[in-house]
Design a protein around this ligand. Structure first.
Ligand code: RET
Length: 230
């Protein structure tokens, strides 16, 4: 596999972290949003650097590669992204209690999703791989349930925040659903698609889910807050 996309990933994520911090809100209710979303590509840059330098790229006996740094990246970045979504839902909520419980439960499901995904990647071809893949998908369903049911209801207590929340979670859900598909068709799954192609697709997905999402979600929330004077 050519290391070029991994180097490109490192450069894009490093610059994006600085750009998100520089362009983001530095006061008011979206200050935390800026800090969380600047941290996400910083973590990703670290992972791309490790993958580019070949640290933690495990070549398994069947010849497929597990990029351990990718799973470490997701273990930290996806909870941060979800914590940001939970706090954005609470911008619309009339009562503030329960936020820590939502963060704890959604992060737990999410970390189970990533860790069992890593186990599925490391497992040899056969049933065990797909058992762990299915378990990871079950945890993912839990994440999506919390986002689309109780949290959407909370955000919807305020019309403009609710609309911004649904836009953000819609974009996030569509992108996140592509990750298991890429895993399943790539070398970690049925290997119908090459390692090089999956590295490129994950790079594009990561840029959309971490960088583009940071800017669009902040814009949607800012517009909603300005409209409502929260
Ligand atoms: C895996 C494989 C097993 C099944 C499932 C998966 C889901 C991964 C997801 C990753 C999202 C990553 C993001 C990173 C960027 O910030 C582990 C691929 C369900 C949803 C958004």
């Amino acid at each position: 596999m050519s290391p070029t996309p991994l180097l490109i990933g490192f450069v894009i994520m490093s610059l994006a972290s600085l750009a998100i911090y520089a362009k983001g809100a530095h006061r008011g209710p979206l200050r935390g949003h800026t800090l969380v979303h600047a941290a996400v590509p910083f973590i990703a840059a670290t992972a791309y650097l490790a993958m580019y330098l070949g640290v933690g790229n495990l070549i398994k006996p069947d010849g497929s590669i597990t990029y351990v740094a990718r799973y470490l990246d997701w273990t930290f970045t996806t909870p941060l992204l979800l914590a940001g979504v939970v706090s954005s839902a609470y911008l619309g909520a009339r009562e503030q209690e329960g936020q820590a419980g939502f963060v704890a439960s959604i992060v737990t499901l999410d970390v189970v999703m990533i860790v069992t995904g890593l186990v599925a990647s490391l497992a040899p071809y056969g049933t065990i791989k797909w058992v762990f893949f299915a378990w990871s998908c079950a945890a993912f369903v839990g994440v999506l349930y919390l986002l689309w049911k109780p949290l959407a209801t909370l955000a919807g207590q305020h019309a403009a925040i609710g609309a911004a929340y649904r836009k953000n979670v819609g974009f996030l859900s569509v992108l996140w659903l592509i990750y298991p598909v890429v895993f399943a068709v790539g070398p970690e799954g049925v290997w119908a698609v090459s390692d090089a192609a999956t590295v490129w697709v994950f790079l594009i997905l990561d840029v959309l889910a971490k960088v583009v999402y940071a800017f669009t979600s902040e814009r949607n929330l800012k517009t909603a807050l300005a409209r409502s004077g929260v």
